[in-house]
Design a protein around this ligand. Structure first.
Ligand code: PEP
Ligand code: MG
Length: 890
């Protein structure tokens, strides 16, 4: 039997793995292996596979039997490649131990640096480096980090020791401590750790390594890792790998440095290097935000007005070498890279590369630029942008001429603008957001414990931290506007307020943040509509070239119809006519109609409504020109239209001459115990045919009028809602067609129209073959179809939905993402049966799912002709439809 390979080596001129083994080696491990293979300077090391993590949890936290021997062999190899030895005072091998899952999980997993140090090897390192201060500074960092991450000791123990020591010696900065001071601190640290542990701090490097490996695997199951996976749909059974790598030191003096960089600007997508570094510092210092990092390039420094020299200026040779590596990596991976590096005494080392997270704006620009330069194809560019992420660009920004009352300025960490009330605590942010309140989370800095608050917030402000701080990276990933490092803000968590420039802002006060300029502004400021220009327009053109399905919109006001058309809507998929009645001057006439107890009364009210409806349709047809417009006849849940206040009742009484008391009685008689399943949709058309007749007349007359006025021939698709039987449809279709004939003979112009139905009840889906005899098109009303398939009230599901999702009963809210296996089955059946009766039957979807990327993929797979969604989702749907078509092509 062959033995499973659990450990893969890399570096020193060879590599056992490569980038294709991401599942086994994790993202970090696979890319380290790949970089080593490309001949780039990677500190040698080895990766313990994700399969070990999976086995560890499957076997009650026991390791595979062969693992120890394989680690020993990998260590031997590492010793021979580096010419150093684990625990050898003469030439000690020190390693870093890092996690690395298949998908990147920033800040979620723990890292240990300088592992292998003990009293003997620290002394050896001091001799070897000629820098005792460096050696003992590294040693104390190791004890602190290892105690925190592996031994689970409270890090405040060490912070207190250091603070007390500094106070006693009149030091204010760590840099003032001498080598001998650090020796004293190390001693105290070890003693404190031993007191807490009840045994000595581990000195055997192999034992230290074993502990660190276990800690990485254990951190896969910490609460914050679990929460992150939940938010990002990362399955638990992927596991994490462990990367053990020879240490290189960025803290060996003024020619050493450490940094993080992107091959292009991750905020704007601009094709220039972007990053931060610190001279004489070690790994985590850059991200931790303790010291203010310096800019990578001179250009960036000048733009930011930073006074510290850039890496390009301070370490020009290493910078040039790094720039050359950037180019190799971008060409190799054909995508923007996010990189970590260290310079040890002038020698460059690559510690990580991965495809960089980016804002939607940057994703668009990078995809378009790369396609235009020939690095990727147009189709690849279409696949590179996450449709859901486009949402960021389809939301308002602050108008150029808006009055900006600036409270404070920080870094433009994640673009877009957001307004909301200030909160200082992530739980509070989540609580208020659940109640529908927009919130801006304001923190000194954020940590992985704040993920839920950041998710709930519209925007994030931190008082500390750079462009690669936790807040900045996570906010960009989530698409939340963020201002980081707004140093002028003084936060008082206890008093729930912050002060800035002498002004005080309390919890609950409104602020607006502009993540593109870094400004924090007082009050809620006016925003403007986005446009599809430049890169966005270009990518949309490419998407349109490949997609099969058309994209329409759900809209009824001229403003919404115009917005949707500007975003590329190819028609209206759902015009909900009842929404056109909500205006104050119309609702009275509608109430009059509903509350009339005879046909004459209703007709009198309808006569008032007809010209208003006709005018609405005319403006819609004028905007949409000859694009098809699906107009749904009235489908009002009656309770939404009944008069609520005495004033409402009196208004109807005045218009009708009926007594208020009588009207109240009628309103009561009309109230239903289950309005969603009550007298709505086509049931209203069956009982009160004059309503649909009036609407049909308004539609056809509007078509005729527009044609006469403009020469445009509007196309109407008259849609009958909530049909369950073919008979309902045949009765109503005949009534509507009769009106069309009347209008044609009255006007001498024949309107262009189809009559079809919504499929939004299970019976209609199952009997689609009968219904298609009458229906000239189907539009899937998946809101009601979801409601009726699950027997789940649309209006009440919110109360228990969170529990259903938390307990995994529903993976996603079925009102947001189509339940493909249940509701989707009905859609598939209806499509097949409908087209069996009427080949080529036009099929669309107009439920909320029409704007959800995953549901759009499903719609493509069952052969729908179009999806229809709200105006702001039209570009998202165009891109998702293109990706679905490309995926279907394989
Ligand atoms: C539907 O049910 O999916 C639909 C689009 O109609 P409404 O949401 O108006 O009921
Ligand atoms: Mg419906």
């Amino acid at each position: 039997m062959s033995v499973t390979k659990w450990v893969y080596a890399f570096g020193g001129g060879s590599s056992e793995g490569d980038a294709s083994q991401r599942e086994l080696l994790g993202g970090k491990g696979a890319n380290l292996a790949e970089m080593a293979k490309l001949g780039l300077p990677v500190p040698p090391g080895f990766t313990i596979t994700t399969a070990v993590c999976v086995a560890y949890y499957e076997n009650n936290k026991a390791y595979p039997a062969e693992l120890d021997a394989q680690i020993d062999a990998a260590l031997k190899n590492l010793e021979s490649v580096t010419g150093k030895a684990f625990g050898d005072p003469a030439n000690p091998l020190l390693v870093s131990v890092r996690s690395g899952a298949r998908a990147s999980m920033p800040g979620m997993m723990d890292t240990v640096l300088n592992l292998g140090l003990n009293d003997e090897t620290a002394e050896g390192l001091a001799k070897l480096s000629g820098d005792k201060r460096f050696a003992y500074d590294s040693y104390r960092r190791f004890i602190q980090m290892y105690s925190d991450v592996v031994l689970d000791l409270d890090h405040s123990i060490f912070e207190e020791i250091l603070e007390t020591f500094k106070e006693e010696n009149d030091y204010s900065l760590d840099t003032e401590l001498s080598a001998d001071d650090w020796v004293v601190i190390v001693d105290e640290y070890k003693r404190a750790a031993a007191d807490e542990l009840g045994r000595d701090f581990p000195t055997d490097p192999r034992e230290q390594l074993q502990g660190a490996i276990g800690a990485v695997f254990d951190s896969w199951m910490t609460a914050r890792a679990i929460k992150y996976r939940e938010l990002h749909d990362i399955p638990e059974n992927w596991g994490t790998a462990v990367n053990v790598q020879a240490m290189v030191f960025g803290n060996m003096g003024e020619t050493s440095a450490t940094g993080v960089a992107f091959t292009r600007d991750p905020s704007t997508g601009r094709n220039s290097y972007y990053g931060e570094f610190l001279i004489n510092a070690q790994g985590e210092d850059v991200v931790a935000g303790i010291r203010t990092p310096q800019c990578l390039t001179q250009e960036m420094r000048e733009e930011m007005g930073d006074t510290q020299p850039s890496m390009q200026e301070a370490l020009p040779d290493s910078y040039n070498e790094l720039a050359a590596v950037f180019d190799v990596l971008e060409r190799h991976y054909r995508d923007m890279q996010d990189i970590e590096f260290t310079v040890e005494r002038g020698r460059l080392w690559m510690l990580q590369t991965r495809n960089g997270k980016r804002t939607a704006k940057a994703a668009l620009k990078i995809a378009v630029d790369m396609a235009e330069s020939g690095l990727i194809t147009e189709e690849e560019a279409v696949m590179r942008v996450d449709p859901a992420q486009l949402d960021q660009l389809l939301h308002p920004t602050i108008a150029d001429d808006a009055k900006r009352d600036v409270l404070a300025t920080g870094l433009p960490a994640s673009p877009g603008a957001a307004a909301g009330v200030v909160v200082f605590d992530s739980d509070e942010a989540e609580l208020r957001a659940k109640k529908g309140e927009p919130v801006i989370l304001v923190r000194i800095e954020t940590s992985p414990e704040d993920i839920h608050g950041m998710h709930a917030a519209q925007g994030i402000v931190t008082a500390r931290g750079g462009m690669t701080s936790h807040a900045a990276v996570v906010a960009r990933g989530m698409g939340r506007p963020c201002v980081s490092g707004a140093g002028g803000i003084r936060i008082d968590y206890a008093a729930k307020q912050f002060t800035a420039g002498g002004r005080t802002v309390k919890e609950g006060d409104f602020v607006t943040i502009d993540g593109s300029t870094g400004e924090v502004l007082a009050g809620a400021i006016d925003m403007i509509k986005p446009e599809l220009s430049g890169d966005f327009g270009r990518l949309m053109e490419w998407a349109d070239k490949v997609r099969r399905m058309k994209v329409r919109t759900n809209a009824e006001t001229p403003a919404d119809v115009q917005t949707a058309k500007d975003f590329g809507a190819e028609g209206i998929g759902l015009c909900r006519t009842e929404h056109m009645f909500f205006d104050a001057d119309r609702i009275a006439a509608v109430r009059e109609m509903i509350l009339s107890d005879d046909k004459d009364g209703r007709v009198a009210a309808l006569v008032k409504i007809l010209p208003m409806q006709r005018a609405d349709f005319e403006s819609i047809f004028e905007i949409m020109e000859e694009r098809p417009c699906t107009i749904r006849l009235l489908d009002p849940p009656l309770h939404e239209f009944l008069p609520h206040t005495e004033e409402d009742v009196h208004a109807v009484a005045e218009a009708t001459g009926l007594s208020a008391a009588l009207l109240m009685q009628r309103a009561e008689a009309l109230s239903e115990s289950n309005p969603m399943l009550g007298h709505r949709g086509c049931r209203l058309g069956i009982t009160f045919p004059e309503i649909y007749e009036m609407q049909a007349r308004a539609i056809f007359e509007a078509q005729v009028n527009v044609e006469k006025k403009t020469g445009i021939k509007p196309v109407a698709e008259v849609m009958i809602p909530l049909v369950a039987t073919a008979k309902e449809l045949s009765i109503l279709k005949a009534a509507v067609a009769k009106i069309a004939d009347e209008v044609a003979s009255e006007s001498g112009t024949v309107p262009v129209y189809l009559i079809g139905t919504m499929i939004e009840l299970p019976r209609a889906a199952l009997r689609a073959d009968d219904i298609a005899v009458e229906a000239e098109f189907f539009s899937f009303g998946t809101n009601d179809l979801t409601q009726t398939t699950f027997g789940l009230s649309r209006d009440d599901a919110g109360k228990f939905m969170p529990d259903y999702i938390a307990q995994g009963i529903f993976e996603k809210d079925p009102f947001v993402t189509l339940d493909q296996s249940g509701v989707g089955d009905l859609v598939r059946i209806a499509a097949e049966r409908g087209r069996a009766t009427r080949p080529g039957l036009k099929l669309g979807i107009c439920g909320e799912h029409g704007g959800d990327p995953a549901s759009i993929h499903f719609c493509d797979s069952v052969g729908l002709d179009y999806v229809s969604c709200s105006p702001y989702r039209v570009p998202i749907a165009r891109l998702a439809a293109a990706q679905a078509a490309l995926k279907a092509r394989g």
